[in-house]
Design a protein around this ligand. Structure first.
Ligand SMILES: O=c1ccn([C@@H]2O[C@H](COP(=O)(O)OP(=O)(O)O[C@H]3O[C@H](CO)[C@@H](O)[C@H](O)[C@H]3O)[C@@H](O)[C@H]2O)c(=O)[nH]1
Ligand SMILES: [Mn+2]
Length: 726
């Protein structure tokens, strides 16, 4: 008998990208070129061992390793499409699974509550049956100001949700909607805008003052909630607070329609007991939501990522509800995308490699890594290895109302500081502890357990967040990532050993490529200083133009750069943005990644401790103006800038000295590659010279930093000039 379902139109399709064969052929040629270079280095080192050759060999070996590990991303790049319009052939809207949205925030001063509120409102307004939707907010800042913002938001939501529904608004984050000057102005728009502005002013003034005036508390329930902030209540020492702000079974919007659940959670914190940062916060939310609604689908989000498309959950359902899907599908990852990026994306905030090129590459293997936000999980993923009987049915729904006393008691119980003691939370279940990149680490562990993932990359970004608009913040953020990645690289189940066996060689390579990213700092730093120091001493270290090896170098450099640039252009980015990305890559190499390596080593020998330094989302007006003009922001005298300025000075001086040498000795042939290298670095460092010498605004390079780096460059020169081997 014919299967009655076999004529249903597909929910999604998948194809291997056309560029795959070109990638593979190029990889073969490139590998031979690398082997030839390494062979030559080795022979040379054996014949005449010296420090310089050793460092160059070390740099090239690391470059080669990192290049080889990046090939995992290039063997099966995959393109997918989903067809939301076919979903009705598979499931009725009333049978959609429940969806629990988990949002994290950590600090009302770095993450303004109005931003978090906007994120939550945009999710509450999803095109999804409201009775199946719950939004949970974790506040690691333990701040009554954030709670107050959400009490206001809950009231505003009863107007905002029907407004979006009635007018079919696509932009459901209120701030973004009003900012975009909507062309279709509806009769109620002015009124709702006024309501939003009033709420915003009220919340912002409360946050600024740091206290909630009595007259702002309108009912007994709110009074009780706020009264938990006693004098002993501090950010690092307080009991659990679970506050139901909207209850789907009771609350109605102004048109009488049901509302989604909205729950505020601040887990218990006690001094001296580890709380595992965001991973710990998410695990509490996973448990609290399990006691209250236990939806089979869980969406995790950062506080600054608002929804940009109300149909996003339906896209995820196209995979999660497909009866022919691999039963081990664990999560559907959407890329991080950003708004407010300047024209040339000077800080490479879009991270095209991390959020586009690499996930597309992994999607043809076991699936993309988890990037912390914008990810739809099957709840089961958090309870251990995949079972053979997956279920997304609604029998999971919990029967009691979320405001029920018993339910609230168990919600508080699972948010207690010591709840996880003697359990597998963080080791075998939930988000995994042990890395500051809890997202990457958890995704890795899930893949090792046999779960699969899928990359969903719609044309209209599903979520939009904010990327740092300040170089120091940007470098600190990548320093934190660097430490987190090294923690995975040198973890007992490191991707390079355990991963390769567990998830297959290509996936293992992909994970290893990230785990060892901070190692880029070694070859980049060597190439930023050594050939230049040699140039200052008049020593030629690369082959002459007449030698065939000269072309080997040119091929290796141009080949890698061209492939990367093409990858970028194919993902829709501009060439200027690619240029910025390669520049920031070098900056990270000498600065943040080098710092991560040092910080990680110090931690290993027990000298230092590190924490999750939350990325600031506060926007300074003046800085934001400079950012829009594409001007780099230095301003503070941060140690992270020192390697940048030192390298900038070293390259400039050696280039000028090289010119002198060429004129005097006419030895252009032997020095050409060193001169080209220094010239390339100088072009990249242009904004640094400007900031050191030409600029007068507040974002210029602090004079202190410039002076220290002149001294450092000079000291390096002295060290090298007294060592006879170079
Ligand atoms: O103790 C903490 C620290 C952070 N967070 C939250 O974690 C999220 C991410 O923090 P943020 O500082 O914005 O991280 P990013 O610099 O954007 O970092 C990226 O890298 C992180 C891992 O290092 C991932 O968790 C993020 O999803 C990813 O966007 C935010 O919502 C924070 O509120 C907590 O809840 N508790
Ligand atoms: Mn963030």
């Amino acid at each position: 008998m014919a299967n009655p379902f076999q004529f249903r139109p597909p929910l999604h399709t998948r194809v291997l990208m056309r560029r795959t064969s070109a990638y593979r052929v190029f990889a073969i040629f490139y590998s031979f070129a690398i082997l030839a270079l390494l062979y030559h280095h080795l022979i040379h080192l054996l014949h005449s061992p010296n420090t310089l050759s050793f460092f160059i060999l070390l740099a090239d070996v690391l470059f080669s390793f990192l290049w080889a590990s990046s090939q995992g991303f290039h063997m099966c790049p995959t393109d997918r499409r989903v067809f939301i319009e076919h979903l009705e052939h598979y499931v009725k809207e009333s049978d959609y699974p429940g969806l629990d949205v988990l949002i994290c925030t950590a600090d009302p001063h770095k993450e303004p509550p109005m931003g978090v509120v906007n994120t939550a409102l945009s999710m509450m307004a999803y095109d999804y049956p409201t009775e199946k939707l719950s939004v949970y907010v974790s506040d690691d800042g333990g701040s009554k100001l954030t709670l107050f913002a959400f009490m206001e938001a809950a009231r505003f939501a009863t107007h905002w949700l029907p407004f979006c529904r009635k007018n079919k608004v696509v932009e459901r984050c209120p701030e973004a909607y009003f900012e975009s000057n909507p062309s279709s102005w509806f009769p109620e728009t002015d009124q709702i805008k006024l309501m939003y502005e009033t709420m915003k002013i009220k919340v912002e003034s409360v946050v600024e003052k740091g206290t909630i005036p009595h007259d702002h508390i309108t009912n007994e329930q709110e009074k009780q909630a706020v009264s938990r902030w006693t004098d002993e209540f501090t950010q690092a020492n307080h009991p659990a607070v679970v506050q139901v702000l909207l209850e789907g079974s009771k609350d109605r919007d102004i048109t009488g329609h049901t509302m989604p659940n909205l729950v505020y959670v601040s887990r218990e914190k006690r001094p001296g007991s580890p709380h595992h940062f965001k991973a710990g916060a998410l695990n509490v939310l996973i448990r609290v939501s399990a006691t209250m609604t236990n939806a089979p689908v869980v969406l995790t989000l950062d506080s600054d990522m608002h929804s940009n498309d109300p149909q996003t959950p339906l896209r995820a359902l196209c995979y999660l509800l497909d009866p022919d899907m691999d039963p081990n599908l664990g999560f559907v990852q959407f890329p991080q995308a950003f708004h407010g990026i300047n024209k040339n994306d000077i800080y490479a905030g879009e991270c095209i490699h991390v959020y586009q090129i690499h996930p597309i590459g992994m999607d043809g293997l076991a699936g993309p890594f988890h990037v912390g936000t914008g990810c739809f999980f099957r709840r089961e993923v958090f309870s251990g290895v995949p079972s053979r009987t997956p279920g997304l049915s609604s029998d999971h729904l919990v029967s009691k109302s979320i405001g029920n006393k018993e339910v609230l008691a168990s919600a508080h119980h699972v948010a207690a500081w010591n709840y996880e003691n003697q359990t597998n939370w963080g080791t075998k279940i939930g988000y995994r502890y042990g890395s500051l990149c809890e997202d990457y680490f958890t995704g890795y562990r899930l893949h090792c357990e046999g779960w699969k993932s899928i990359f969903c990359n719609p044309k209209r970004p599903a979520f939009l967040g904010r990327a740092p608009i300040n170089l120091n913040v940007c470098l600190s953020q990548s320093k934190r990532w660097g430490v987190g990645l090294l923690e995975v690289g040198f973890f007992k189940h490191s991707p390079i050993v355990f991963g390769l066996m567990e998830i297959g060689p290509l996936m293992g390579l992909c994970y290893a490529n990230y785990a060892f990213r901070p190692l880029w700092s070694i070859p980049i730093t060597i190439y930023a200083f050594l050939p230049q120091l040699a140039l200052l001493k008049g020593v030629s270290i690369f082959p002459k133009v007449s030698e065939p090896r000269f072309f080997l170098y040119i091929f290796l450099f141009v080949g890698a750069y061209t492939q990367d640039c093409l990858d970028f252009l194919l993902s829709g980015a501009t060439i200027q943005r690619w240029w910025s990305t390669q520049r920031v890559w070098m900056m990270r190499g000498v600065s943040s990644f080098a710092f991560s390596l040092v910080e990680y080593l110090l931690k290993c020998i027990g000298i230092s401790q590190f924490g999750f330094n939350v990325t600031s989302k506060v926007v300074d007006k003046e800085q934001s103006k400079r950012y829009k003009q594409g001007i780099f922001e230095f301003g503070v005298s941060s140690p992270l800038f020192l390697p940048l300025t030192t390298a900038a000075i070293m390259n400039l001086v050696s280039f000028l000295w090289g010119m002198v040498l060429i004129f005097k000795k006419k030895n252009l042939e032997g020095m050409l590659l060193q001169m080209l290298l220094a010239g390339f670095v100088i072009v990249n460092c242009w904004p640094i010279y400007e900031a050191m010498v030409l600029r007068t605004d507040r974002g210029r390079m602090p004079t202190r930093t410039t002076i220290i780096s002149i001294f450092l460059a000079w000291a390096l020169y002295i060290i090298v000039s007294v060592s006879p081997k170079i």
